[in-house]
Design a protein around this ligand. Sequence first.
Ligand SMILES: CC(C)(COP(=O)(O)OP(=O)(O)OC[C@H]1O[C@@H](n2cnc3c(N)ncnc32)[C@H](O)[C@@H]1OP(=O)(O)O)[C@@H](O)C(=O)NCCC(=O)NCCS
Length: 168
Amino acid sequence: MSVAVEHAIPERDAGPISRLIDICRSERRTVLDHYSPEEEAEYIMNLGPRAAVFVARVGGEFAGFAGIAPRWDYSQRLKHCGEGGTWVMPEFRRRGVATALWRDGILPFCCEVGFRHVGHFVMAHNERAIAFYENLGFRICGRHDKLVDWDGELLDAVEMEMLLEADT
Ligand SMILES: CC(C)(COP(=O)(O)OP(=O)(O)OC[C@H]1O[C@@H](n2cnc3c(N)ncnc32)[C@H](O)[C@@H]1OP(=O)(O)O)[C@@H](O)C(=O)NCCC(=O)NCCS
């Protein structure tokens, strides 16, 4: 299956991204808030130079997206740290879409802007996402009890990290 990965285009991709976030919210697989297509378009248009949103298309159809941004912005000592996330349409899962998003989008971008440490939280019950990130080269580096407030229910999360060589 051929997966095309490219930078998100606000007018074209904000709607599908907004809908996919809502699907993953209903599955309890993302901590992202709800964003309307307009809010999502605004976010994409205002991405800083070290942040990006990539979309994957299969046969021209929107299949998923991934994002990357600086993880912390209060110290130059942490400027090599990025935070990423990945979301794939249910009907396109397990077909290499997320892997393509990282291989052809996120990882080359990390190299370009100097992210050498990529990390993020994943809810502990989200075993598929943990398996995906481990397959990509991430490892679990921490566990946090009751980190996520899911409408009053406090859920555990794991923290995952991957170190990148300068020439990855
Ligand atoms: C996690 C997610 C992004 C994976 O996307 P995907 O396109 O299905 O992943 P890929 O097809 O590239 O999977 C690559 C490898 O990761 C592992 N993997 C992916 N999904 C898996 C699953 N459900 N169970 C076990 N391993 C899995 C496998 O090793 C897989 O290789 P294989 O299919 O050859 O065995 C997708 O399931 C998703 O969007 N989930 C909902 C949102 C989410 O949880 N995002 C992450 C938290 S922000």
